[in-house]
Design a protein around this ligand. Structure first.
Ligand SMILES: [Fe+2]
Ligand SMILES: [Fe+2]
Length: 235
């Protein structure tokens, strides 16, 4: 586990873990220059907030996650790391959109964001309150060789709906990227605007990871379990 502070030099930071470079790149920090700057200096130069970068680094790099984990630990990771991030970040971005005087294209981005944020909230609640607990119960019954009373067909149907919603969300973010020219900002832009772009950028990144874990790791567990309990039909 790493805990960083803003005086750490970029060379040391990038050298500790390759994921650091991806995160610094999201915030547009130049870590390839010869000059070995501190995180704070490089963040200021990029017009980014050192606190946000540190919070992001400390969040991802503390992650103790293995794809082969159980449904219980994958869902717990998703809820803690990704849903936790959403509950904090969605209102923050909405507030920034409310406070910034917007050009036409950003008006569209704002409308789209509010709509997608509502969909994400409903989707995440459904996962936390119904879908994930049902998957955990299914796994536990399967491992104890107990009778599976859960309707697996219904679960598989919910899984497909969830994946369709993930695709819609990814499409909405594709549009958001277009409307904001890839969430770019200039140093001359106001602080609120820069923060809005950074928050959208990190949310976009986090959602990709989040959706990857659900579609490819979690849902594949459901497919494995249902395949193993399906009785082959004999003629
Ligand atoms: Fe989720
Ligand atoms: Fe999801």
């Amino acid at each position: 586990m790493h805990i960083y502070d803003d005086q750490i030099k970029l060379s040391l930071l990038v050298g500790t873990d390759f994921r650091v470079a991806c995160i610094l790149d999201i915030f547009k920090l130049d870590f390839s220059s010869n000059e070995d700057k501190s995180l704070e200096t490089a963040a200021m130069e990029a017009g980014a907030s050192p606190e946000d970068i540190l919070a992001t680094l400390n969040r991802y790099l503390r992650e103790d996650f293995f794809p082969e984990s159980s449904v219980q630990s994958i869902t717990s990771n998703i809820v803690t790391i990704h849903h936790g991030f959403l509950w904090k970040t969605l209102p923050r971005i909405e507030k920034l959109f409310e406070h910034i005087a917007l050009e036409d294209e950003l008006e569209e981005a704002k409308r789209l964001f509010f709509k997608v944020a509502e969909n994400i909230r409903n989707h995440s609640r459904e996962e936390e309150q119904r879908f994930f607990p049902a998957l955990i119960e299914l796994e536990s019954r399967e491992s104890q060789k107990q009778a599976i009373s859960i309707e697996t067909e219904k679960l598989k149907k919910t899984m497909v709906e969830m994946e369709n919603e993930h695709s819609s969300c990814a499409m909405a973010f594709e549009r958001l990227r277009l409307l904001t020219s890839g969430y770019t900002w200039n140093r001359s832009d106001k602080a609120d605007y820069r923060l809005l772009m950074q928050q959208l950028r990190i949310l976009d990144f986090d959602l990709k990871l989040h959706i990857y874990k659900e579609n490819n790791l979690l849902h594949s567990k459901l497919k494995q379990i249902t395949q193993s309990i399906e009785v082959p039909v004999n003629d």
